[in-house]
Write a protein that binds this ligand. Structure first.
Ligand code: IMP
Ligand code: MG
Length: 173
C-alpha cells in the first residue's frame, strides 16, 4: 500500500536553509574544531549535508536513541540503542537532530551529554514543532518551524519508509 505524500518544504528550500545554518555555525565556531553528533537514523541526511557545508575542522560521531516504535506518537520512553564511540570531554559539541516534537528525547539526551563534560554543547534541528512541546528544550539552531503534522523525508520516516525523499512531505490521512 502506498501513502499519499504532499510536499511541505521543497528540496531547494531545505538545501538553502542548510547552507544558512552552516554559515551561522561556521561564524560561531571560527577557529575551533566542531564535533557533530548525529542522532540516528533521522538526522543522517541533514548531518551529512550540513557537515559538507562547514569549512572548519569537523569530527562526527553517531548515537541512536529510541523513543518511537512504528507509531506516530511518542511513547515517552527513551532508550539508548547505540552510544557514542568517542568521549566528548572538552569538545565543542553540536547535537544534530531531524525534528523536535515533544522534546522528551532531546531533553533526556542533552542532560546525559552535558554530564560528560563537553567544552560546549549546542543543539541544531532541521525541523521544530513548537506546538507539541511538553518539556523545555533550548534549541540553538532551528531550520524550520512547522505545524503539528506528521512529516517524512530528508531522513524522517513513517514506519521506516520515506527517509530517502529529498524533500519534507506530509503523509495524508
Ligand atoms: P520527541 O521526543 O517527541 O521530541 O520526538 C523526537 C523524535 O520523534 C524525532 O527525532 C523523530 O524520530 C520522531 N518524530 C517526531 N515527529 C515526527 C514526524 O513528524 N515525522 C517523523 N518522525 C517524527
Ligand atoms: Mg530523531
Amino acid at each position: 500500500m502506498t501513502d499519499k505524500i504532499s510536499v511541505l518544504i521543497s528540496e531547494e528550500k531545505v538545501e538553502k536553509k542548510i547552507q544558512e545554518l552552516a554559515e551561522r555555525i561556521t561564524r560561531d565556531y571560527e577557529g575551533k574544531q566542531v564535533h557533530l553528533i548525529c542522532v540516528l537514523k533521522g538526522s543522517i541526511f541533514f548531518t551529512c549535508e550540513l557537515a559538507k557545508k562547514i569549512p572548519l575542522p569537523v569530527t562526527l560521531d553517531f548515537m541512536s536513541v529510541s523513543s518511537y516504535g512504528n507509531a506516530t506518537e511518542s511513547s515517552g520512553r527513551v532508550r539508548i540503542v547505540k552510544d557514542l564511540d568517542e568521549s566528548i570531554e572538552n569538545k565543542d559539541v553540536i547535537v544534530i537532530e531531524d525534528i523536535i516534537d515533544s522534546g522528551r528525547t532531546l531533553s533526556y539526551l542533552m542532560d546525559m551529554l552535558s554530564a560528560r563534560k563537553p567544552a560546549s554543547l549546542k543543539l541544531c534541528t532541521l525541523l521544530d514543532k513548537p506546538e507539541r512541546r511538553v518539556t523545555d528544550v533550548s534549541v540553538d539552531y532551528i531550520g524550520f518551524e512547522i505545524p503539528d503534522k506528521f512529516v517524512v523525508g530528508y531522513g524522517l520516516d513513517y514506519g521506516q519508509k520515506y527517509r530517502n525523499l529529498p524533500y519534507i512531505g506530509v503523509v495524508e490521512e
